[in-house]
Design a protein around this ligand. Structure first.
Ligand code: E4P
Length: 217
């Protein structure tokens, strides 16, 4: 499973990239607003900080303007994935942009049929939003499972990018049902390595090691 981080915070991105575990980044207009930075500038910085795909979202609602925005974003760097919403105009723009060789992430997916349409227009990534479905008492993980089945039935190459991840359990379950990628908030990503028994075990080992009076270096 690939790990993307879901943030526009450049310090977090650089820190997580230094672990060698980061395969890409996703941003959205809310995350850009939270960063307080200029959109084009911060996206260019992120693209330089990571080798993998960096999602940057269009804000137009019509396909023609989405295409103009998408082409401008794609010029920032080779690793840009233009993010378009799952609307008819977004699907139209996706078809054209992928035909031009640009990676496209179709976002705000909440149903298997939407995901089927995205795959048919050649989306590079489909982003089903798990947390937002769970928020309204629906089953976000079931959606990932449905999309996995449909994509496998027809051998679609569109990657399932599990989004709106809120917990470590979301990451584990998305991996179990076969999501290709999880985009994860920095704090949740860091939390994946934590376990109280790891901390407790390490404390005990170090206490016992001290008793031996030995050193490795
Ligand atoms: C994905 O690309 C989105 O940016 C993100 O995962 C949305 O998450 P949220 O529902 O926590 O805002």
């Amino acid at each position: 499973m690939k790990f993307f981080v879901d943030t526009a915070d450049i310090a977090d991105i650089k820190d997580l990239a230094s672990t060698g575990l980061l395969d890409g980044v996703t941003t959205n207009p809310s995350l850009i607003a939270k960063s307080g930075r200029d959109f084009l500038e911060v996206v260019a910085e992120i693209c330089a900080a990571v080798a993998g795909p960096v999602s940057a979202e269009v804000t137009a609602l019509d396909a023609e303007t989405m295409l103009k925005e998408g082409r401008k974003l794609a010029k920032i760097a080779k690793n840009i994935a233009v993010k378009v919403p799952l609307t008819w105009d977004g699907l139209k723009a996706c078809k054209v942009l992928t035909g031009e060789g640009t990676m496209v992430n179709v976002t705000l997916c909440f149903s298997a049929n939407q995901a089927l349409l995205a795959a048919k227009v050649g989306a590079t990534f489909i982003s089903p939003f798990i947390g937002r479905l769970d928020d309204i008492n629906l089953d976000g993980m079931e959606l990932i499972h449905e999309i996995r089945t449909i994509y496998d039935n027809y051998e679609f190459s569109t990657e399932i990018l599990a989004a709106s991840i809120r917990t470590a359990n979301h990451v584990k379950e998305a991996a179990m049902v076969g999501a290709d990628v999880a985009t994860v908030p920095p704090a949740v990503l860091r939390g994946l390595a934590s376990h109280p028994l790891t901390d407790k075990g390490l404390e005990q080992f170090l206490a016992d090691w001290k008793k031996t009076g030995q050193k490795i270096l």
